[in-house]
Design a protein around this ligand. Structure first.
Ligand code: SF4
Length: 782
């Protein structure tokens, strides 16, 4: 390997360096026109989808010559300002900015109205210049998503006045733009010169890095299966940062499935700085509101929270100071925010605009209302995504695009609901009971959305909206929570299609024929997130999804909605078959019906292995119940063998204690559940872990929900003439199960000097179709 390895792309980058600073109208106005308190009382505001729908409704009401989504841009000195005005009626010479809202328009804070006027005036200035107009009518069209009515505020402006306003905004932004531009030039120079932080790439790390760099250079997505221990975090960040300079990327988003993943990314970014401590790269960590809020007992407006009071007045200095902190992690940003007496959570949101690398949870980009995705679209950023531990994305995304309501939840909400909401909830509950009465089984998938229920649900949402319009404060948090749930449920119903199931589960004990259900749950259950994720990948210039377990490729491509030209690589493992003795046990069965008789053979095998090679082992089971049965039997028969076990809902300190028992000199067998906290993302190199026992194929439980998912998977992805719904079976049970097995087994060999043993304790591990899903570098005996 060469010293200071460099990367090359197959296609040379052809980027024209633009010396002007480009800014979106919205960003410009938010920078110059926002003042006063942070105030989220005018909520719930219209959702992004309602905003789009509202805009479409207003546009549809206008005449045939109406120009919607009018692209406008203009220049002032070395600033290019651009954006899309919502609509222009040339006959009436009226430019409109459409804002969807919920609630009482009079309750809208003044500073928000001020911002809206600033936006439409900037668009007005751009339009007048472009069309040579002397004057223009500017209109703010407030569209009430509840009653679909418009409130229009109109004013006539001369071009001269608008030009003066535009130039004033630009001048006030100019100094900031100049330093942003200088930063960008310095950042890109530093990234071009950035050296790999280690003398050599690790085995496998270089091909991974090259694949990331090439994908970014050709504007494609990459699905990279790469084994543990090769340094994937640095191996993906380094090439994407190099490509950021050559490809003109505005931002890199590092998206992690879990909190430790964020920590690893921040550590890797620090490592990358080791060769270039002064590198002007702004890194921002996003944390959840409940982790960043300083006043969890207060509401986000100036009359309640001192850190919301005068937020926008104090923001400019705080923003400036935050930029002097190269790594704006949670602690660093909190310190800046508190020094300036503003909210750290909302300061972080502001800093997204001015950061180069943003490290955050998946939901910031993939969620239905994802902030990073929304900002990317609105600001037309060119972004590169790194999706860490990407095997988690399917399950996480399913959760994001699903919605659930329980009848008991709505019944309980009635007690604190004002009369109008109570009446609409009663109507909804009546349609719900009708639906329940039609069921002949405890679980049913409805072929279509139930019409009566949907009508009643929309009435509930309207009643909530009307109530909140009249009482913007004082609604109990629990009742508001119900409103958010019914709104979300409606939204998911709006996008209901074959990617989701609409099902009803009756909660009843005993036979439904005899016993009245005590409750029921309605669910819009997303099972194929691809249609939702697709747009998010399209919005990115490049995306790399990486994990040690992304097999089979077709399954991930089908469910994740990656583009057709996605590059798929399988990075060879640096580990050799001689490092891991993999043993299958053909005479053991861990099927549910066989679990009782499997306990003794498992105990015997564990005892034998431990006597042969004392050290630390992890044993994985499909459930706590199974785990406890085997652990108790082992303790009773082999009391000298140290054991410890995972328990349900362990606290962080307890998890740390569990892991602390794995030392280079300790010995014992730890019991854990497959798919749980100790089955992935933990690192126990060397003698800290020398073997694993896996007493399950990890297959999801066969139940009515999973059987319905299987049928839908078969319908969507099945191959013609295939017997026994094989593809549905694979997509629902086999692939997710084996992925968990391989993740858990991956805890044993962490470095090229590790040695270990793996017992796969089920006869099904010997089947060809199962073996095909195990890592190619394993040599499986038995
Ligand atoms: S500190 Fe908490 S309550 Fe105050 S503005 Fe921030 S998030 Fe809202």
């Amino acid at each position: 390997m060469p010293q200071n390895p460099s990367l090359s792309a197959s296609k040379p980058a052809a980027l024209v360096v633009d010396r002007t600073y480009r800014v979106a109208v919205r960003t410009l106005c938010e920078f110059t026109a926002k003042q006063g308190d942070l105030d989220l009382r005018f909520t719930p505001s219209a959702t992004a989808l309602e905003g789009v729908v509202g805009q479409n409704v207003v546009v549809a009401r206008r005449g045939p010559g109406y120009l919607a989504e009018l692209s406008l841009s203009g220049e002032f000195e070395n600033l290019t300002v651009r954006g899309r005005a919502d609509g222009y009626d040339a006959d009436a010479n009226r430019l409109e900015e459409i804002k969807a809202f919920r609630g009482d328009l009079n309750a809208m804070p003044d500073n928000r109205r001020h911002l809206h006027w600033a936006q439409v005036k900037v668009y007005g200035a751009l339009l007048c210049t472009e069309r040579g107009l002397k004057e223009v009518h500017l209109a703010l069209v407030y569209f009430d998503v509840g009653n679909q009515e418009e409130t229009v505020l109109t004013e006539l402006f001369s071009t001269a006045d608008l030009q003066a306003f535009f130039q004033d905004q630009c001048r006030r932004f100019a100094a900031w733009a100049a330093q942003e531009q200088a930063h960008r030039v310095a950042r890109d120079e530093a990234l071009r010169a950035l050296k790999f932080p280690h003398a050599e790439f690790r085995a496998g790390q270089r091909p991974l890095s090259e694949a990331v760099f090439k994908a970014a250079s050709s504007g494609r997505c990459l699905l990279a299966q790469a084994p543990t221990g090769i340094g994937k975090t640095v191996g993906t960040l380094f090439p994407l940062l190099k490509a950021a300079a050559t490809q003109g990327l505005d931002k890199v988003f590092y998206l992690a499935a879990k909190t430790p993943g964020r920590g690893l990314a921040l550590d890797a970014l620090n490592t990358l700085r080791s060769n270039a401590p002064d590198m002007p790269l702004r890194v921002l960590e996003l944390v959840a509101r409940d982790k960043a809020c300083e006043h969890p007992d207060k509401a986000c407006h100036g009359e309640s929270c001192p850190l919301a009071q005068g937020f926008y007045d104090r923001l400019p200095l705080a923003r400036l100071e935050a930029l002097t902190v190269p790594q704006m992690d949670k602690a660093a940003l909190r310190a800046v925010a508190l020094q300036h007496q503003i909210c750290p959570y909302y300061l972080a949101q502001e800093m997204v605009r001015w950061s180069d690398v943003v490290v955050g949870d998946y939901n910031y980009y993939f969620d239905l209302n994802a902030m990073l995705y929304g900002m990317t679209l609105a600001s037309q950023w060119r972004v590169g995504l790194l999706v860490d531990e990407a095997h988690n994305l399917i399950e996480r995304a399913r959760g994001m695009y699903s919605a659930e309501l329980a009848r008991s939840q709505l019944s309980a909400a009635r007690s604190s609901a004002p009369s109008a909401i109570k009446a609409s909830l009663n109507r909804l509950l009546r349609t719900w009971v009708e639906l329940e009465n039609q069921q002949t089984q405890n679980y049913t998938v409805c072929k279509e959305l139930p019409v009566n229920f949907m009508g009643a649900l929309s009435n509930v949402n309207a009643a909530f909206a009307e109530h909140l319009a009249a009482h913007s404060e004082g609604t109990p948090a629990a009742l508001l929570g119900v409103y958010f749930d019914t709104l979300h449920f409606s939204r998911m119903c709006d996008s209901y299609a074959e990617h989701s199931l609409f099902d009803i589960s009756l909660i009843a004990t005993g036979d439904i024929a005899d016993i009245e259900p005590t409750d029921s749950v309605l669910c819009v259950r997303n099972i194929v997130p691809a249609p939702f994720l697709k747009a998010r990948f399209q919005a990115a210039h490049t995306a790399t999804l990486f994990s040690a377990t992304l097999s089979p490729t077709a399954y991930h491509l089908d469910l994740m909605g990656l583009p057709e030209d996605t590059v798929c690589v399988d990075v060879a493992s640096p580990f050799s078959a001689s490092q891991l003795k993999v043993q299958t046990h053909r005479h053991m069965s861990t099927r549910y019906k066989d679990r009782g008789v499997s306990v003794q053979p498992i105990v015997d095998l564990m005892a034998r292995q431990f006597a042969q090679a004392p050290g630390n082992y992890l044993a994985f089971f499909s459930s706590f119940d199974y785990l406890q049965k085997v652990a108790r039997a082992l303790q009773a028969q082999h009391p000298d063998t140290p054991t410890w076990a995972q328990s349900r809902a362990m606290l962080e300190a307890e998890r740390e204690q569990f892991l602390a028992r794995f030392t280079p000199h300790s010995r014992g067998i730890a019991f854990a559940v497959l798919g749980g906290a100790f089955a992935e993302g933990i690192d126990l190199p060397g003698r800290r872990l020398i073997g694993a026992f896996i007493a399950t194929l990890g297959l999801p439980q066969v139940n009515p929900v999973n059987e319905q998912i299987k049928d839908r998977m078969q319908a969507l992805f099945g191959r013609p003439g295939e017997p026994d719904k094989a593809q549905g079976q694979n997509y629902t049970y086999l692939y997710p199960g084996l992925q968990k097995v391989v993740q858990a087994a991956g805890r044993v060999i962490r470095t090229t000097s590790d040695q270990g043993v793996l017992h796969l304790m089920d006869d099904r591990f010997a089947r060809a179709e199962v073996k095909a899903l195990l890592p190619a570098w394993w040599r499986v005996d038995g």
